[in-house]
Design a protein around this ligand. Structure first.
Ligand code: NAP
Ligand code: GCO
Length: 266
């Protein structure tokens, strides 16, 4: 395989869960650019339709499916539909995720469980559904979207950090258990990225000044900026391609250096 070809995804089928917008949409766009056929899902038909419009506007041919990734039957049905429509899934990006920012002692067990369900149980469910096909096909790529909270805690995100910390170890365990079948399972750990999920942390203050958390992240990031979804495209193509066939169980942090930096002196 020549060097440039090792980054090609031509002939591959890629499923990006929750890829209607945000990080998932950007990663799906990049995998398309590299040659993959793209599949995405969302919870309801209206959200899938919105996603289909967005991909059409970007001139990206996709298949969209209604599927709640926490629902094992729905996931298994979707894998079967993708198999009929496009063929075996070669690349899975477990991107769908939620966050609830509530102080732990004020968080209900139901809220905690819901975050764990979407951010940790669902990647298990979807990976379990997709791996047998990958084994039959001779290999595959799984990319779990982890987080700074796979390594660090902070106030109000106990459920999310527990889920993303667990997702780091699920990534390593899939790599350990299925590496012999030529399946590479790695994670991408985005830093603080400008998407709807982090919009509340970047809201301008009434006096027009930056949100205190916004200022905090700028001081904590050597790149002195928030990430954009474009920053995740190259790392995703690398981990989805033959160029990373000997990379397994690795979490690739795309954080502008946050994890390496104590933070700028105030
Ligand atoms: P986002 O803007 O909130 O998008 C999340 C996507 O997941 C949406 O399309 C959402 O669909 C979908 N989703 C949620 N629950 C689902 C379910 N049960 N079934 C199917 N789809 C579901 O989030 P984002 O910022 O793009 O983040 C994407 C991933 O990156 C998440 O796993 C997040 O934890 C992670 N991450 C984000 C950042 C960041 O700074 N933004 C940093 C590190 C990691 P609906 O709109 O229909 O709910
Ligand atoms: C938060 C943010 C973070 C980011 C991301 C950082 O409230 O701290 O939402 O959790 O989403 O996970 O990597």
């Amino acid at each position: 395989m020549d060097f440039a070809e090792s980054f090609s995804l031509k002939g591959k089928v890629a499923w990006v869960t929750g890829g209607s917008y945000g990080i998932g949409f950007a990663i799906a766009s990049a995998l398309h650019e590299a040659g993959a056929a793209i599949v995405f899902n969302d919870i309801g038909q209206s959200q899938v339709d919105k996603g289909l419009e967005a991909y059409k506007a970007a001139d990206i041919p996709v298949h969209g499916y209604v599927c709640d990734v926490t629902d094992e039957k729905a996931v298994n049905d979707t894998v079967a539909k993708i198999g009929k429509d496009l063929g075996t899934i070669d690349i899975l990006v477990n991107n769908a995720g939620i966050i609830k920012r509530i102080p732990m002692t004020e968080m209900s067990a139901a809220d905690f469980r819901q975050v764990i369900d979407v951010d940790l149980n669902a990647p298990f469910i979807v990976s379990k559904a997709v791996i047998p096909g990958m084994i039959r096909k001779g290999g595959g790529k799984i990319i779990n979207i982890c987080s700074m909270m796979s390594e660090l805690g902070r106030e109000t995100v106990s459920a999310y950090a527990a889920a993303k910390g667990g997702l780091k170890m699920l990534t390593r365990n899939i790599a350990s258990e299925y590496g012999e079948f030529n399946i590479q399972c790695n994670g991408i750990g985005p830093g603080y990225i400008e998407t709807p999920q982090t919009a509340p942390l970047r809201e301008k203050q009434p006096d027009g000044s930056r949100h205190p958390f916004d200022q905090f992240i700028i001081a904590k990031t050597p790149a002195a900026r928030w990430g954009t979804t474009d920053d995740l495209k190259g790392p995703a193509v690398f981990l989805a391609s033959g160029a990373s066939d000997f990379v397994n169980g690795h979490i690739l942090y795309v954080d502008g250096g946050i994890l390496a930096y104590i933070g700028k002196q105030p």
